[in-house]
Design a protein around this ligand. Structure first.
Ligand code: GLU
Length: 302
């Protein structure tokens, strides 16, 4: 195995992750979940915003549909600690993306009881939005031109980059060019899967979720996982004895809120919420992502 020192940024992330693990040792909960079980689920975050009353979003078909139904249907992830996570025991949903979704719902006048969270994997996102099965989607969803053809995006609300997750004792992988004689796992319908296939050599295996990839890595069935660093850092924070990030980020992933194509009224509403809501953004970032060593600033919306 080749030995190469980890780049400074990632050494920093690894140290932060270890520090976090030290505080939470033995806890199966996501970073920021603060104990995870019991309570009213969104403890803490809801205090950051109020549920709006008398909202009217003239010209938003999504808002009209949700108002009529008396609930808002939101697509999220459930296996990405710190971003979109559902506790298997309590059913509590936590994470930066999940709370961004709650914040948007509150700005539209929907309280926690009126949010219908649906776990939707990467590969199904556009179709679920196009079919009208969800009102919006918040789940590590990169704004790309191809996706923009069929849906709209509000945002970006977060920027990260594609990275690599490897076994903690593996020094042979320090960038995507080291994957040529390795097996790498990523997720169907994701931008990192496409990029690793198109631009780098090596065997690639695909799964429906990143947690399936993590299982394969821990079992030794694959050598690496590739997706956004913000996602990978969440897995490291949960299991720093066995997992680490490797190398430098090699793309820019700009996360947006997926919406029905043409609902510019809703898109503008969410963009204004983000632009005016810097304090909320910072509080959620500090709660969920900073503890896992994820470095980011609030981006300007498009
Ligand atoms: N941000 C990338 C994407 O939207 C990867 C993460 C994901 O699969 O959700 O494809």
């Amino acid at each position: 195995m080749r030995k190469t020192r980890l780049a400074g940024t990632f050494a920093g992330i690894a140290i932060a992750a270890l520090a976090l693990a030290g505080c939470n040792s033995g806890s199966p909960t996501a970073p920021g979940a603060e104990g995870g079980t019991g309570g009213e689920g969104t403890e803490g975050s809801e205090a950051l915003w109020e549920v709006a009353s008398d909202v009217s979003l003239d010209g938003s078909p999504t808002f009209d549909r949700a108002s009529e139904a008396g609930k808002i249907v939101v697509g999220v992830k459930s296996d990405q600690p710190g971003l979109g996570y559902e506790d298997a025991v309590s059913g509590e949903r936590t994470g930066f993306d999940v709370d961004i979704a709650r914040w948007i719902a509150a700005s539209l006048g929907f309280d926690e009881d009126q949010i219908d969270f649906q776990t939707i994997p990467s590969a199904n996102r556009e179709q679920e939005i196009v079919n009208g099965n969800i009102d919006y989607y918040v789940g590590t969803y990169s704004m790309t031109d191809a996706r923009d053809e069929v849906i709209d995006f509000a945002g970006p609300y977060f920027i990260t980059g594609q990275g690599l997750l490897v076994a903690a004792d593996d020094d042979s992988i320090n960038g995507p060019e080291d994957l040529a004689d390795k097996v790498t796992c990523s997720v169907t319908g994701s931008t990192p899967l496409q990029r690793i296939r198109d631009e780098y050599n090596g065997e690639v295996t695909e799964r429906q979720t990143y947690s399936e990839c993590v299982e394969q890595l821990l079992n030794g069935q694959v050598d690496a996982i590739t997706t956004d660093e913000a996602i990978l850092a969440g897995y490291v924070a949960e299991d720093p004895d066995n997992l680490k990030l490797a190398g430098e980020p090699f793309s820019e992933e700009r996360y947006g809120v997926g919406l029905a194509d043409g609902d510019t009224v809703l898109k503008d509403h969410i963009n204004t919420l983000f632009t005016d809501g810097g304090d909320v953004w910072t509080a959620l970032y500090e709660k969920y992502l900073e503890p896992a060593g994820v470095k980011a600033e609030q981006p300007e919306v498009d």
